[in-house]
Design a protein around this ligand. Sequence first.
Ligand code: SF4
Ligand code: SF4
Length: 91
Amino acid sequence: MTYWRTPLDVNDIEITRGVVHILDDRCKGCGYCIEFCPKKILEFSTRFNQKGYHPPEVKKQHECVNCHYCEIICPEFAIYSVEADQERSDK
Ligand code: SF4
Ligand code: SF4
């Protein structure tokens, strides 16, 4: 994204990173998460789940900003994200 001017605190802001988790068999293949992810990092996989749908998969994991939008919009509670640092410290 190009801004018409650079924010004054651009060097002070640290972008949060997330790790996406997908519960394949809950997915009904509606594509909402793929369509509305602001970073466009999701796409349909080629595999089938138990219901016969193609669940999403993450194509650019390192670009997830942990905004939780996919999680909020999914009607089946089939996808969620956690903060990358949090995920590492839980292991
Ligand atoms: S948390 Fe945000 S950036 Fe990450 S996959 Fe979901 S919608 Fe996309
Ligand atoms: S929004 Fe939920 S049900 Fe729809 S494709 Fe994404 S994970 Fe599957």
